[in-house]
Design a binder for this molecule. Structure first.
Ligand code: TRP
Length: 445
């Protein structure tokens, strides 16, 4: 297979583009809000340090050495373990499953760019009714914007790693950094900032039940784009002699940095204007627009910029969720890139429509089981189960299936005396931690 390679900066922006997504700006603040802030944030940060970091190096290594898609790379590295192909393919499918709701949320965001441009809701109650109406009854509006998202994403992926994905990230990621950075600086000048810091960094352990714990660990994987082969697939296009460790450091730092900065900014705005941090998935769609309205003119400007930034974050992540399966379609099923992009796109697009229906008042009941609708189920199964399992599989593959000498050859020069620590944490600490998560999961499900 001929692969067009990323440039060095192109890879970093694409990998950071994958990691920094709706998870950072939409999901992280609302789940942190739901589970009470500090303690949740701490579990998430510890997971990032303890598991996320070492698993990311392993995931990059598999792509870098395998130089193939998310399923074949395992077999290329260790031809005696053919069963990893299927495991890798199932792992990559998680990306399309995530896309079934991710694309829907990108659609909401595109819709909200128009809301921000035309008229922001004047109160939280009004904002609530704008959002609820979109979810409950504006099925066609949602399908329309979900379609726009599907077309945009498929068009980029169809242009390939260099001409599509790298170019998209080279433009959108710097814009995203500037917008979020600028709004954060403004938030720094407000009184609400110190309350936001308290909320995010003062742990209240009584709030940390099993469910919060599982969600925090799942979120660490989700936000770092770990455990489904997205970064693996990108790493297959790394230039020769790339430093996997420094790439990992930069991506983890950017992702964590943006999550904390975006969270602090959002909670500052909310506290400043007396809104509640715990309003669920509607947080950035309900509380925030009402707050932007209160802020006057600058608020309207912020609102438009904010939803653009959110759309950029979402799109650069979405392409990485689709690309692994597109690559498998090309390699294994000999499809053209165009055909593979359209097929994989249609998969998430069509199920995405059912996801939209599962939130509407008309079909909600039919599409809800055990208190979770289709949207919540897919989110739960992918983030809390499939991604950690994928991470576990990659940790085992690099830690136990690959020969130590194979791993050392690449990583010893890059990690130096930290190699032993990394290798130990990948083989024992990460699997043990994921095992604890699995036990908690049994309690949650
Ligand atoms: N990390 C992205 C976010 O925070 C979502 C994402 C993109 C992802 N690619 C992924 C999650 C691969 C898991 C695996 O929004």
């Amino acid at each position: 297979m001929k692969i067009a390679r990323f440039s060095r900066v192109g890879f970093i922006l694409a990998a950071a583009g994958s990691a920094v997504g709706l998870g950072n700006i939409w999901k992280f603040p609302y789940i942190a809000g739901e589970y009470g802030g500090g303690a949740f944030v701490l579990v998430y940060l510890i997971t990032v340090m303890l598991i996320g970091f070492s698993v990311m190096i392993a995931e990059l290594l598999i792509g870098y050495l395998g130089r193939s898609d998310a399923a074949s790379s395992f077999v290329k590295i260790s031809s005696t373990h053919k069963s990893f192909w299927l495991a890798g393919a199932i792992m990559a499918m998680a990306g399309l499953l995530i896309m079934t709701f991710y694309s829907v949320v990108i659609g909401w965001i595109l819709n909200y760019i128009f809301v921000a441009l035309t008229s922001l809701p004047a109160s939280v109650d009004e904002a609530k009714s704008v959002f609820t109406q979109m979810i409950d009854s504006s099925i066609l509006t949602q399908i329309f914007f979900h379609t726009v998202a599907f077309v945009l994403i498929s068009a980029v992926v169809a242009r390939g790693i260099k001409g599509g994905i790298e170019r998209l990230n080279m433009v959108l990621m710097p814009l995203l950094f500037v917008i979020v950075g600028g709004m954060f600086l403004y938030a720094l000048s407000l009184d609400g900032f110190s309350k936001a810091v308290d909320f995010m960094f003062m742990p209240d352990w009584s709030k940390l039940n099993s469910e919060a714990f599982v969600t925090a660990v799942g979120h660490a994987f989700f936000t770092l784009s770990l455990g489904m082969g997205a970064l693996l697939t990108y790493a297959a296009s790394l230039p020769k002699n790339s430093n996997l460790v420094s790439n990992t450091l930069i991506v983890v730092a950017l992702d964590t940095g943006i999550a904390l900065v975006a969270g602090l900014m959002l909670f500052t705005f909310l506290y400043e204007y007396g809104a509640e941090p715990s309003s669920g998935p509607g947080l950035v769609f309900i509380s925030l627009p009402a707050v932007f309205y209160e802020m006057g003119t600058i608020g309207t400007v912020f609102a438009v910029l904010f939803f653009f930034a959110l759309a950029f974050a979402g799109l650069t992540s979405a392409v990485s969720l689709v690309e692994p399966m597109v690559q498998i379609g090309i390699d294994k099923f000999k499809m053209s890139r165009l055909k593979s992009s359209i097929s994989m796109g249609l998969f998430f697009y069509l199920i995405g429509i059912v996801v939209i229906l599962s939130g509407s008042s008309e079909f909600k009941e039919t599409l809800t089981w055990g208190g979770k609708n289709l949207f919540d189920w897919i989110d739960f199964i992918t983030a809390s189960i499939m991604l950690p399992l994928g991470g576990l599989m990659m940790a085992i593959f690099v830690g136990f299936v690959m020969r130590r000498s194979q791993v050392e050859a690449v990583l010893k020069p890059q990690l130096g005396r930290f190699f032993e620590i990394w290798y130990f944490s990948l083989r024992f600490i990460a699997p043990a931690a994921l095992f604890v998560v699995a036990l908690h999961l049994l309690g949650v499900a």
